[in-house]
Write a protein that binds this ligand. Structure first.
Ligand code: ASP
Length: 437
């Protein structure tokens, strides 16, 4: 059994957190490959090391003095080393990094050192090998991950390491410069390593007990999701539920490796298991989660006999395509068609869009309504549990909420409902409490 374990910044923010991490890794021999983030926040208004490295680089490019901020960064690492009582001296590494930042080795290089240094410390503390991500994670010239080369080289490399620490967040470009993923990208490294190691499980350790069924800012004390499919997760993440970097799903998904989100501060909790496929679902709760987003507009187009006009929908979408606008939903009736889009995408060009639609499909009416929020009810169980949609709509109706749009995904995995911004919280709570008591 091989487990790849990734620890986020708050799990490695100071020596106390490191101790918890070391204990977790040592508790199971299967936890063979470890991906650390850079030290994150120790308290709410603390600064992440990655952010300090970015400002260090900004200061250096402007010719400023980085001594102060660089010393603060060194202190963060040195206090971890000292507190853990490690026999490790990073003076040379610090010197090289300081020199490279001053000589403009690149913004990504600077940021990546947060993970690099944390990796050296963790490898030392665990007695694991250290594999520099720059030797095994490859980007292409266009800046995207070279997934196949990475998988091949990394896979081969891991074969000769029983245990190893591989820092998260960065890799190397074809011209040998360092490149990082987008923020939070250590999740992606963990997923890439899990695929290359042909791991049985990718554990992603953070500071929450996994995914919640609803946003705790909207629903009071929402329940935890025990099991979720990659598909459901995509739906919920798209609607704003974040715990995991969204690009972290793809590498493990290809290999069908489950991801387990765990809490470093409460390791006894089982967390959330993300799996590729499962037929089982909570027959009592049925839904997996409910999430939502504000800031949408609905363009409604009405025309008598619309249904007889072949190519009507295509002409409508062509107008949006020419404007470079992507749409979210496209529900239609016999003589009406609506397109739901992000309000910010049409800002400043409403008149032009209406005129273009007038010319393209000669409608009877075109209206744009703003202030729409979308609510997504997601759950693999909806396919089998008859009457789920009815329960969702009844719950909303009982609260006197006006539904502006309904769209059920063709996989029957989700129901999307448009409501006014003002009724967003009420709608999510009504749906949540219909299924969870
Ligand atoms: N340290 C990086 C960040 O703060 C990457 C990560 O933590 O995943 O975004």
């Amino acid at each position: 059994m091989v487990k790849v374990v990734k620890f986020g910044g708050s799990s490695l923010a100071d020596a106390e957190q490191f101790r918890k991490v070391i204990k977790i890794i040592q508790a199971e021999n299967d936890r063979k490959y470890v991906i650390p983030s850079a030290p994150g926040k120790r308290f709410s208004n603390d600064t992440k090391v990655t952010d300090m490295l970015y400002s260090c680089y900004e200061t250096a490019t402007k010719g400023g003095d980085i001594t102060g901020i660089f010393t603060t960064i060194m202190d963060r690492y040195n206090s971890i080393i000292k507190d853990l009582g490690l026999d490790l001296d990073l003076t040379k590494e610090f010197e090289n990094i300081r020199y490279s930042i001053i000589h403009k080795a690149g913004r990504d290089f600077a940021a990546s050192r947060g993970e690099y240094l944390n990796g050296l410390i963790l490898a030392n503390a665990l007695g694991f090998d250290f594999i520099d991500a720059a030797e095994v994670i490859f980007f292409k010239d266009d800046g995207t991950l070279d997934a196949e080369k990475t998988n091949h080289v990394l896979g081969e490399t891991l074969l000769s390491h029983e245990n190893a620490v591989i820092p998260g967040f960065y890799g190397v470009m074809p011209n040998d410069t360092i490149k990082t993923f987008s923020r939070g990208g250590s999740d992606i490294t963990g997923s890439i390593v899990a695929r290359a190691a042909e791991a049985d499980l990718y554990e992603n350790w953070t500071d929450v007990n996994g995914f919640l069924m609803a946003d705790p800012r909207v629903v009071k004390n929402p329940c935890n999701i025990q099991k979720i499919t990659y598909h459901e997760l995509r739906e919920l993440s798209y609607m704003g539920a974040t715990v995991l970097h969204e690009d972290a799903i793809f590498p493990v998904r290809i290999a069908g490796i489950p991801i387990n989100i765990r809490n470093t501060n409460q390791p006894e909790q089982a967390g959330t298991m993300i799996v590729s496929k499962t037929d089982s679902y909570d027959t009592k709760r049925i839904i997996t989660g409910v999430a939502g987003k504000h800031g949408f507009s609905v363009i409604t187009i009405e025309k008598d006999m619309m249904n007889a006009e072949i190519g009507f929908g295509r002409r409508v979408l062509e107008v949006l395509e020419k404007e470079g606008i992507s749409f979210e939903h496209f529900p239609s009736g016999v003589d009406t068609m609506s397109v739901v889009i992000a309000t910010e995408a049409i800002e400043g060009r409403r008149e032009r869009i209406i005129a273009a639609l007038d010319a393209a499909v000669k409608p009877d009416y075109v209206t744009i309504e703003d202030g729409i929020a979308l609510v997504a009810v997601v759950g693999r169980g909806m396919r089998n549990a008859k009457g789920t949609a009815a329960r969702v709509f009844k719950a909303i109706a009982e609260k006197d909420i006006n539904i502006r749009m309904i769209d059920q995904g063709s996989s029957e995995l989700n129901i999307i409902i448009g409501v006014s911004d003002a009724e967003f919280q009420l709608a999510i709570n009504a749906i949540y409490h219909e299924f969870v008591d």
